[in-house]
Ligand binder design. Structure first.
Ligand SMILES: Nc1ncnc2c1ncn2[C@@H]1O[C@H](COP(=O)(O)OP(=O)(O)OP(=O)(O)O)[C@@H](O)[C@H]1O
Length: 533
């Protein structure tokens, strides 16, 4: 074996110790290969320590002498043999040659004692190509390229897109580590795919990208067909984010407001009286039998503040995005865009959090109910999987959620996969998401996370054993990530491309589409293992 970088010297199954060769450098997160007769093991470095043949007493003495200017020439005899670096590694996967087909297995044996180790090469990852899943490859979601420490290999990491979206994605990271960039890269990759749609609730105006200084999904060559923006101030060709007040249903208000029993009953009474105009009637104070004046005025005050509406001379006055005229079809239009497998960006950057969450939950609720109906009528297969992208997800699925517990986002997190609806939840604080919901998020793309408590909650809820990876997670640079998923054979280290570079590449997409037409487009390696409901 050439290019030896180190040799296994001791350790155990969880902590294999590797002596680093002089002149070589082993990095945190490096992927190394130990070859055996008919297999090889992929090891990943999770810690580095010093090793030495010299006693501490002697080392301290020599260091002290050098520091104090005595015997500058002084050194150990054969220093490269006496002092060295020890890499601590874990066995990620064992690859065996099975009828000329390289097949990955969960490691059950230690690599040979004293084995030589070399750096990983692109050929070592051939096993990730899965010939049997050619059909699924068409539905691949590309997240980035394999990373060994800080070195990037030219091997795409593809996940089975439909399964992954349906079973939820969690993207946890400290601020500025590249969460939004990753989501833009993923949606850009899938934008023109007919098997999925995205509802992007965008509180920071990051995703659409109207100007060259702020590139976004509108830079995709097929954005005219596959991207819709709903904004209070839409550019030409896009839609206004205004919603007719009568489009709200009692459940929408109940989702986001704390209501007393009497107020809930009042809402039910108005809805029963006139489904079409119930909220307008309530807000303008139409008399309804059984609703007390005090209940009505308390309820009205809440609704006035929430929806930025008021009563003036008996008429409805609207100052926010909820209107008495116009916006009747907004929710239906969004739904139909999603069913047409588009990415729908809701620009909520000018809305207060609670209004943003009300709008988001209205849309999510309609999709949920619609897809439930499709499931019952047997039409679910014809519809795309829909993923809702939630920034600062604990606002709706956290212990201190800003909207009622049991809301539609929690419902999606718990049972959405049955109806082809998933969440792409972005957060800096995974620890405040209930364990049960974290466990339901079957793919987690971990970017750098400095806070210890947050890292722990991720390690505890990961699909693979990451108990040794806390330092690796802490040392991830911007755009570096680890994917832990029920759809991958092992926790995969990746480097995510910068979105701006992705769109530059796709400037050449016309060639790509031409190649696709000729059937020449070749999708690369695939990591997925199938998981049926
Ligand atoms: N994969 C990447 N490669 C190189 N640079 C990146 C990558 N991802 C992000 N960056 C850089 O880091 C900056 C912050 O990225 P991004 O806004 O995606 O982080 P974030 O985690 O969403 O931040 P915040 O928590 O503030 O929303 C980007 O403007 C970009 O310059």
């Amino acid at each position: 074996m050439s290019n030896i970088i180190g040799r296994i010297v001791s350790g155990d199954f969880e902590d294999i110790l590797i002596r680093q060769k002089v002149d070589e450098e082993i990095e945190m997160g490096d992927l190394l290969v130990a070859e055996a007769e008919e297999s090889y093991s992929l090891l990943q470095v999770f810690d580095l320590t010093y090793g030495s043949q010299i006693s501490d007493k002697e080392k301290n003495l020599i260091a002290g002498m050098k520091l104090e200017g005595h015997g500058e020439e002084l050194d150990f005899t054969e220093p490269e043999l006496s002092n060295y670096i020890i890499g601590h590694a874990k066995n990620l996967v064992t690859v065996k040659d099975q009828n000329n087909n390289e097949t990955p297995y969960s490691p059950k044996k230690l690599p040979g004692f004293f084995s030589e180790l070399r750096r990983i090469k692109e050929e070592d990852l051939k096993f990730m190509e899965n010939q049997d899943r050619a059909e699924k490859n068409d539905r691949a979601l590309t997240t980035g390229k394999i990373r060994s420490g800080s070195k990037v290999l030219d091997v795409d990491v593809n996940l089975p897109g439909e399964d992954v979206l349906r079973h939820h994605i969690l993207i946890p990271a400290s601020t500025g580590k590249g969460k939004s960039n990753l989501v833009k890269v993923m949606i850009h990759d899938l934008l023109d795919e007919d098997y999925c749609g995205f509802l992007v609730i965008d509180p920071h105006g990051e995703y659409y990208g109207e100007e060259s200084s702020n590139p976004g999904l509108s830079d995709h060559p097929k954005s005219a067909d596959y991207l819709s923006l709903y904004s209070p101030d839409p550019p030409a060709g896009e839609s206004s984010l205004i919603i007719n007040i009568n489009q709200l249903r009692p459940s929408d208000l109940r989702n986001v407001m704390d209501l007393s029993d009497a107020q809930n009953e009042a809402i039910a009474a108005y809805f029963q009286d006139d489904e079409e105009n119930w909220l307008e009637n309530l807000v303008t104070g139409k008399d309804i039998k059984g609703v007390r004046d005090s209940t009505l005025s308390a309820l009205q005050r809440k609704i006035y503040v929430y929806l930025s509406v008021s009563k003036e001379n008996g008429d409805l006055n609207c100052e926010g995005m909820f209107r008495s005229e116009g916006g009747e079809s907004t929710i239906d239009d969004i739904l139909s865009d999603l069913e047409d497998s588009k990415a729908v960006v809701l620009d909520t950057s000018n809305l207060e959090d609670r209004v943003e969450l009300l709008v988001g939950s209205m849309v999510a609720n309609r999709i949920f109910n619609q897809y439930k109906n499709y499931k019952n009528s047997g039409d679910l297969d014809e519809n795309p999987v829909i993923s809702t992208v939630l920034e600062e997800a604990p606002r709706v699925i956290g212990e201190n959620s800003m909207i009622r517990s049991g809301n539609v986002f929690e419902k999606i997190a718990r049972e959405g996969r049955k109806f082809k609806i998933g969440l792409t939840a972005i957060t800096q604080l995974p620890s405040v998401i209930p364990k049960e919901i974290l466990a339901n998020m079957n793919t987690k793309i971990l970017l750098g996370m400095e806070m210890n408590t947050e890292r722990k909650s991720l390690v505890d809820s990961a699909s693979q054993d990451l108990s040794k990876d806390e330092r690796n997670i802490a040392s991830l640079d911007i755009g570096e990530a680890i994917i832990t998923s029920t759809f991958t054979n092992f926790a995969v280290p990746i480097k995510i491309p910068l979105f701006e570079e992705t769109i530059t590449e796709s400037d050449n997409d016309e060639d790509k589409y031409r190649d696709e037409d000729k059937g020449e487009e070749v999708r690369t390696e695939h990591l997925g293992i199938n998981m049926e409901d």
